[in-house]
Design a protein around this ligand. Structure first.
Ligand SMILES: [Zn+2]
Length: 554
């Protein structure tokens, strides 16, 4: 009876492929139902000389959605999930549509509240409608102005539309979904960064690799559905090198040499090109471009896993077997996308046993360095400790012992700084270039593009008041960052709470310290001046006496 129920449930909640029209209808309905947080944009609307692309009775529609709980906050870290450069590679378009439905649903995860997520379900709608790879005979993923002979870039509406996203937002992390292979790959994938047949390392290679590993791990494998583990590496090595590929453009057009595109209006693409420094992943989402429907997985599986986010249990084989029948092609790529969205910003999860231990889990990070915990009476509990974030497979949380109800303390740490700084043979020989890595490793980093802004997340600081751990309002945030902390009581009630943070009092304190420092400095200078003045006077008196004495002698 029980197994019959489970079979029925998985049948009802099985993922299905959406048609071209269903994707449009789904996004438009979500916009109507969630106007404050989910907005559609039509990136080709103001472009000249577009090709006419026919999708049935009407022109093909280019659109993407912006999801943000607070879209007007100008420093939200921004992630772009794009799919469907090649219209016959169909997993990605469906993953992105499921992400849109999930993000706007009531069950969303709290870490999503402080992020801007751009969902671009069909980069090449013509291809998806007609079930063909190219946009009317042209490959949109060879159409960007990087490592590309001039006069053959930005010919397709698809490439021109996607570039417009970079005309508006500062994209920090990105995925582009393809199909036909089973890999997660990253820069380089151009001819001009190749040596002895292999890709050279980009300046951000270490960060690229670490994050790819996290996505690969969560995408797991499922022998029941003939899904293998993703391989991972650089694009030239795993897929092949191309001219004018989107991934290298998105990562490097902002700092590498770009090409002009013949007659194409350079105003249209020069600004977005100058703003492209996103760590961007190519996911080849399975050996088949259109896997069978019964390998897509179920919504029920996604929901079960999300109840336990962060999904540490993926490393626990007993728990993994629970999902083995139904962790399908949509599930695994949905989870890989969420892990990337998670990583764009550090946050802290605090669990309290209600007695004397706190457990800290560091979200948005793989490894933690310089973890320092200081009590309000200035006694340090931990100093300069290294530990791991939620994506480390051995992570069970960091235990802070001997906590009492009245404690007030401060937690500071660095998130992935050491790993991201490390380089072996960067080509070209430059420090990391992506916005994402620079903002983590450089403690004065700031970048502004029109109304949007990225600030450094080099040092992270939270203040925790233990007596308020069960209440909604509690902590303050350090440095102008807006971090979310959510507190989970490990008691039975187990309700997660979102904590809003402000740093006003901290700023005030900083001002007082500055004033005090200036006052001390001024007093010091005055004392020296006074002393010099007095010694001079004394010297003059002595000289006078000396002169007088001399005169007397004469
Ligand atoms: Zn492709």
């Amino acid at each position: 009876m029980n197994s019959l129920f489970l079979t029925l449930l998985s049948l009802i909640s099985a993922y299905q492929y959406y048609s071209y029209q269903e994707i449009i209808d789904t996004f438009k309905k979500l916009e109507v139902d969630h106007t404050d947080i989910f907005k559609l944009y039509y990136p080709t609307k103001n472009l000249d000389n577009l090709r006419y692309l026919d999708c049935g009775d009407e022109e093909c529609q280019f659109f993407y959605a912006e999801f943000a709980q607070n879209p007007n906050v100008n420093d939200l870290p921004t992630v772009l999930i794009a799919a469907g450069f090649h219209g016959d590679e169909v997993i990605g378009q469906n993953v992105v549509t499921e992400l849109a439905k999930y993000l706007t649903s009531e069950s969303k995860l709290e870490f999503l509240n402080n992020r801007r997520i751009i969902l671009y379900p069909m980069v090449n709608p013509y291809g998806y409608y007609h079930k063909v790879r190219e946009e009317m005979g042209k490959d949109a993923n060879r159409d960007f102005n990087i490592d590309n002979p001039s006069s053959i870039c930005f010919q397709t509406n698809a490439a021109r539309g996607l570039a417009q996203v970079y005309n508006k937002y500062i994209i920090q992390l990105g995925i582009t979904f393809h199909g036909g292979d089973n890999s997660i790959s990253y820069s380089w994938g151009t001819y001009n960064h190749k040596q002895n047949g292999l890709a050279t390392e980009s300046p951000d290679d270490n960060a690229m690799e670490m994050i790819a590993r996290i996505m690969k791990d969560i995408a797991a494998e499922n022998t029941h559905l003939q899904i293998q583990k993703y391989s991972m590496g650089r694009m030239t090595d795993l897929v092949y090198e191309v001219n004018g590929g989107y991934e290298d453009w998105a990562y490097a057009a902002g700092w590498e040499k770009t090409n002009s595109c013949g007659n194409r209006n350079s105003e249209e693409y020069s600004k977005p090109s100058s703003n492209a420094r996103a760590l961007t992943y190519l996911i080849e989402a399975g050996f088949q471009k259109q896997p069978k429907s019964n390998t897509l997985g179920t919504i029920e599986t996604t929901n079960q896993i999300l109840q336990n986010w962060p999904p540490l249990h993926f490393y626990d084989e007993k728990i993994l077997t629970k999902y083995q029948q139904s962790y399908g092609n949509i599930n695994r790529n949905f989870m890989a996308s969420l892990s990337l969205i998670d990583l764009v910003k550090p946050y802290l999860i605090v669990k309290w046993d209600g007695e004397k231990e706190l457990i800290l889990n560091f979200g948005g990070c793989y490894s933690i360095t310089k973890l320092t915990i200081i009590r309000s009476d200035n006694t340090s509990i931990i100093k300069d400790q290294n530990t791991t974030g939620i994506w480390d497979q051995f992570n069970k949380g960091y235990v802070v012992p001997n906590i009492t109800k009245n404690d007030l303390f401060e937690i500071s740490y660095q998130c992935d700084v050491q790993n991201f700084k490390t380089q072996r043979n960067p080509d070209p020989k430059l420090p990391p270039q992506s916005y994402f890595v620079q903002s983590r490793i450089n403690n004065t980093y700031e970048y502004q593009f029109d109304k949007y802004l990225i600030q450094n997340t080099n040092k992270i600081l939270f203040r925790i008041n233990v007596s308020q751990l069960n209440q909604t309002q509690m902590n303050q945030l350090f440095e102008n960052q807006q971090f979310s902390i959510y507190v989970t009581q490990s008691s039975k009630e187990g309700q997660d709470q979102q904590i809003k943070i402000n740093n006003n009092s901290n700023n005030k304190k900083q001002h007082i310290w500055w004033l005090l420092a200036i006052f001390i400095l001024l007093s010091f200078v005055l004392t020296i001046l006074l002393y010099k003045y007095c010694s001079k006077k004394q010297e003059e008196q002595v000289m006078e006496m000396y002169t007088i004495q001399n005169e007397v002698k004469l």
